[in-house]
Design a protein around this ligand. Structure first.
Ligand code: NAD
Length: 424
């Protein structure tokens, strides 16, 4: 192993080590050209910025922000912006790499990127968050644009964040540039169905897995960790499909009722209390315990590394659908595989968001907007097709769905590098 093949300390993080190990494993399975493999191990460019913000107290606080483009061989880069206390250069770089494989797997004309600011958004006022977002956008402005790199919401960010980013970018251009971000509010060029897209995609992926496994979705017991944009939508849609939502959680803790939660009442409780905890008619359960509660399907939809070597043996679900990015550590992945648990991997399961972001971008570029039914139909087609390809490759190669999904995504990116060659 040459020195450049050893780990790069500036990107040091668990998730980055995992992402590199996954790439190396799949590269050897695919017998990837070693030169292309080496290029894929490195991000194309990475920017670290200081983000000074005038806080409500009158003091100025300086936050650290990042934007990383992993690869743009298939098109402009695309990826979320996360506001979280754990954000680091390594985490953002790993997530950008996962975005590259995800976009390629779904057949989208994008490369992978990711961004974020290390902060605790729930402890900040709307005014502070607006200041943070506008200054972060200004600091990374050379790296973003509708045909260069298009941010979207992720952990701790939402439609409002995207509206502020779009406005800040537009002000520097002297005109409205809606195509610079996706996941915007409808009124400024957002797409119908974008907010629900990731959760909806999870449901399509689970439905396809159930169909291939000869199981019925109705009546299945579901646990969802993370009742945010992704998890709450998935829970609501599965409840409407006749599933029993037996447990959900958010950062404050979880709730549990083996007879099933009433999602309409839960939504009303969350709207008032701002958390699922304290919901009447359910027992309290911790975020650690919710992973191992008895259920048929576990949907981790919060943060990374929630299923690990210490709890994977005790996971009761027979299907894990990864709503979050990187919720399963590599050690846990092996344990789940050996125990016969079907894991629908993040780059497939949560790809609905970037698929509808792509639809939003296309609608914006054409100034022509589609009905929600059109978007839902096309999302289902793309998800079902991708699932089918991954399932078939998994069978052909006698491998798990994560390896198959990575093989599919990575081989497309590698092929594009092969035909484009190396500049200069
Ligand atoms: P969100 O901020 O809307 O929701 C996150 C939820 O997780 C909240 O309920 C929050 O309270 C909870 N949470 C946060 N930290 C936690 C912790 N340490 N333990 C337990 N719960 C915690 O974010 P989101 O957009 O729903 O994203 C959730 C996950 O899905 C992230 O991993 C994100 O990368 C991934 N994802 C999001 C999208 C998207 O379109 N928003 C697309 C693909 C993947």
């Amino acid at each position: 192993m040459t020195e450049s093949r050893t780990h790069h300390s500036e990107f040091d993080s668990d998730l980055h080590r995992t992402a590199i190990a996954q790439l190396d494993r799949v590269a050897s399975k695919l017998k990837l050209d070693p030169d292309v493999h080496e290029r894929l191990r490195h991000p194309r460019r990475a920017l670290v910025v200081s983000v000074p913000v005038r806080m409500d107290s009158g003091n100025t606080e300086v936050f650290t922000g990042y934007r990383v483009h992993h690869n743009n061989v298939l098109g402009p880069t695309k990826g979320g912006v996360r506001y979280d206390a754990e954000v680091s250069l390594g985490e953002v770089t790993a997530l950008a790499m996962l975005m590259t494989w995800k976009c390629a797997l779904m057949g989208l004309p994008y490369g992978g990127a990711k961004g974020g600011v290390r902060c605790i958004p729930r402890q900040m006022s709307a005014q502070e968050l607006e200041g943070l977002t506008r200054r972060y956008t200004a600091e990374i402005i050379l790296l973003i644009g509708p045909d260069l790199d298009i941010p979207a919401p992720d952990l701790g960010t939402d439609e409002q964040t995207m509206a502020w980013m779009m406005d800040t970018y537009s002000m520097t251009q002297g005109k409205s540039v809606p195509g610079v971000v996706t996941g915007k509010p409808l009124i400024v060029g957002g797409s119908k169905g974008r907010k629900e897209a990731t959760g909806r995609g999870i449901v399509y992926a689970l439905a396809e897995a159930s169909r291939h496994l000869g199981q019925d979705l109705r009546g299945r017991k579901i646990v969802v960790q993370g009742f945010g944009n992704v998890g709450a939508v998935a829970a609501r849609l599965l409840w409407a499909e006749g599933c029993l939502i037996v447990g959900v959680s958010d950062v404050r803790g979880g709730i549990w009722n083996p007879r099933g939660l009433d999602l309409r009442q839960l939504d009303a409780h969350v709207a008032e209390a701002g958390t699922v905890t304290g919901f009447p008619g359910a027992d309290a359960v911790s975020n650690a315990d919710i992973i191992t509660q008895p259920c048929d399907v576990l949907i981790p939809a919060a943060v990374g590394s929630q299923i690990h070597a210490g709890n994977a043996e005790r996971v009761k679900a027979s299907i894990v659908v990864e709503g979050a990015n990187g919720p399963t550590t590599p050690e846990a992945d092996v344990i789940l595989r050996e125990r016969g648990v079907t894991v629908i991997p993040d780059i497939l399961a949560n790809a609905g968001g970037v698929v509808v972001s792509y639809f939003e971008w296309v609608q914006g570029l054409q100034h022509y907007f589609w009905d929600e039914s059109e978007i839902t139909k096309r999302l289902q087609e793309v998800m079902t097709r991708a699932f089918g390809r991954v399932w078939a490759l998994g069978n052909k190669e006698s491998t798990d769905l994560r390896t198959a999904a990575l093989m599919e995504g990575i081989s497309r990116v590698a092929e594009a590098h092969r035909v484009r060659g190396l500049y200069p």
